[in-house]
Structure formats: structure tokens, C-alpha cells
Design a protein. Structure first.
Lengths: 113, 115
């Protein structure tokens, strides 16, 4: 089955700096890669996703890049703000079942004011 | 729309007790799933369903049963609770689970403590 590894497990940045979280996956059949943000005690919420026919996708301060050859994808947050502090999860799934995602273990991002 | 709802929000069980975690969605989604989230870990898929009457196992199905008698409801049953099942349980749904254009919606979670 799919195996997703996520690094780093914790990340602390100064407000205004950039943050990068990286994930690798093992199943070459995976072609959907969502990122979720989970605030303390809350449910995971989708913040951005990328599909295998796209190398990069951007939404305001958030961007995701995908390298299918190397089987890795990354989340980039620019101009970080204290409200970006949360746990971020990457996930991977194959086209045949976008809902059957394998998740990384999460990255706790702390943005210091 | 209420989206995905879960009850209860918090439950304490003794080892060996059974209980059912409820999940319901009012978006007419075909695909529903249950995940568990342990401290410091991501979500792991327990069971999923692609429509009424159809269920299948995920990554960590042992100790759990599910059924899908209606499109709206997808209950998760713990047959004989064990301390290892202490976790936060999330239910999720998406329109079909078969398209990359779909977003997966999560419920608010049920926090379960097994003593």
C-alpha cells in the first residue's frame, strides 16, 4: 500500500518568514495530493491540493509543488502569520479513490509574532 | 446544510464495553469513511463506503464494524473496547470518492477514552 512520509515534524518560524513542509510517497499510482490544516481540537480542513498533471499550484500565500519522478511534493507558505500556526497534514491517493487517502504524520507549525 | 455531523463529541468507556459512534451527512454524498487520529500521527483509514449497502476495510479495521443502510448514515461500532482504541475518530464524506475534483469533508470528531 501507499506510504507517506512528512518532514519536519515540528517547524518554528518568525512572523513574515516562509515555511516549507515536504512529503514523499511510495505508490506511483497516486495522483492526488491534498494538504490539510488542523487547528487544536478542530477537524482537518483542506487548504490546497494538486493533481498529477500539474507541477505547481498557488493560492495567495500558499503554494504546492509536485515532482512525480522523485515522488515528492511540498507545501510553501509565504509571509507567515500567527494564525497560520496549526498542524499541517499531507496526503496521497490514487485516481480510483480520491477519498481513500493515506496521510503523513503531520507537521506542527508555530509562527512566532 | 449541517454538513458532516458526529455524536457523541466525547465518550469514556471501560475495557470490554461496546458502543456506536454516529456519523451523518446531509449533502447526499455517496462516499463516507472513518479515520482515527492518534497523538503525533496522521489520520488512518478504518473503514469506508462507496454507497448504501457497500462497505470495505481500510488500513486499520480490526476491532471495528460498520454498516451503511442509508446514504446519510455511517455508524462505527466498537464491539469490545480496548485501551488501544483510545483516539479521536473522524468521519468524512465526499460526493463519490471517485473523482479528483472532489473535496473530502470532515466531521468535528469524537474523542474516545477507553479505560
Amino acid at each position: 500500500g501507499e506510504n507517506v512520509e512528512q518532514h519536519p515534524s515540528t517547524l518554528s518560524v518568525q512572523e513574515g518568514d516562509s515555511a516549507v513542509i515536504k512529503c514523499t510517497y511510495s505508490d506511483s499510482a497516486s495522483n492526488y495530493f491534498p494538504w490539510y490544516k488542523q487547528e487544536l481540537g478542530k477537524r482537518p480542513q483542506l487548504i490546497i491540493d494538486i493533481r498529477s498533471n500539474v507541477g505547481e499550484k498557488k493560492d495567495q500565500r500558499i503554494a504546492v509543488t509536485l515532482n512525480k519522478t522523485a515522488k515528492h511534493f511540498s507545501l510553501h507558505i509565504t509571509e507567515t502569520q500567527p494564525e497560520d500556526s496549526a498542524v499541517y497534514f499531507c496526503a496521497a491517493s490514487a485516481f480510483t479513490n480520491a477519498g481513500k487517502s493515506t496521510f503523513g504524520d503531520g507537521t506542527t507549525l508555530t509562527v512566532k509574532p | 446544510n449541517a454538513g458532516v455531523t458526529q455524536t457523541p463529541k466525547f465518550q469514556v468507556l471501560k475495557t470490554g464495553q461496546s458502543m456506536t459512534l454516529q456519523c451523518a451527512q446531509d449533502m447526499n454524498h455517496e462516499y463516507m469513511s472513518w479515520y482515527r487520529q492518534d497523538p503525533g500521527m496522521g489520520l488512518r483509514l478504518i473503514h469506508y463506503s462507496v454507497g448504501a449497502g457497500i462497505t470495505d476495510q481500510g488500513e486499520v479495521p480490526n476491532g471495528y464494524n460498520v454498516s451503511r443502510s442509508t446514504t446519510e448514515d455511517f455508524p462505527l461500532r466498537l464491539l469490545s473496547a480496548a485501551p488501544s482504541q483510545t483516539s479521536v475518530y473522524f468521519c468524512a464524506s465526499s460526493p463519490t470518492g471517485q473523482s479528483l475534483q472532489e473535496t473530502q469533508y470532515f466531521g468535528p470528531g469524537t474523542r474516545l477514552l477507553v479505560l
